[in-house]
Design a protein. Structure first.
Length: 124
């Protein structure tokens, strides 16, 4: 069953339900079942409301910009591996390397690249 339309409370198509349910109504979804050939209307309701204090904001993670030449073992470096190196790709995934599809390189800290023995694959 796929949701065809989602409406916020008060929008066209939700007026009757809003009158019936009241301000607890948040969303109305119209779902279509192609196999059973039926349309189902669902409602999302607010059940409970209480005060909440958000947790203190964690410091922003370092941006994934790659320095041309890493100066510290914590700096991210770009590693390019060839298609004939499937083991290196597996090791990069296991080391939490991040794939940068735009540049077609793996990003990971210099320390991890050295531990994995990929110094020769680091690109500027």
């Amino acid at each position: 069953m796929e949701a065809r339309t989602t409406r916020r409370a008060g929008q066209k198509g939700t007026k009757r339900l809003l009158e019936r349910i009241g301000e607890r109504l948040l969303f109305v979804r119209y779902r279509c079942d192609r196999i059973g050939r039926r349309r189902v209307t669902t409602a999302e309701l607010m059940i409970n409301e209480r005060p909440w204090t958000p947790p203190a904001e964690a410091p922003a993670p370092p941006s994934p910009t790659v320095l041309p030449h890493a100066h510290s073992v914590a700096d991210l470096v770009a590693v390019r591996i060839e298609a004939h190196e499937p083991q290196a790709r597996t090791r990069l995934k296991e080391a939490s390397g991040k794939w940068d599809a735009r540049r077609r390189v793996w990003l990971l800290p210099l320390r991890r690249a050295r531990v994995l023995g990929l110094d020769h694959s680091i690109v500027s």
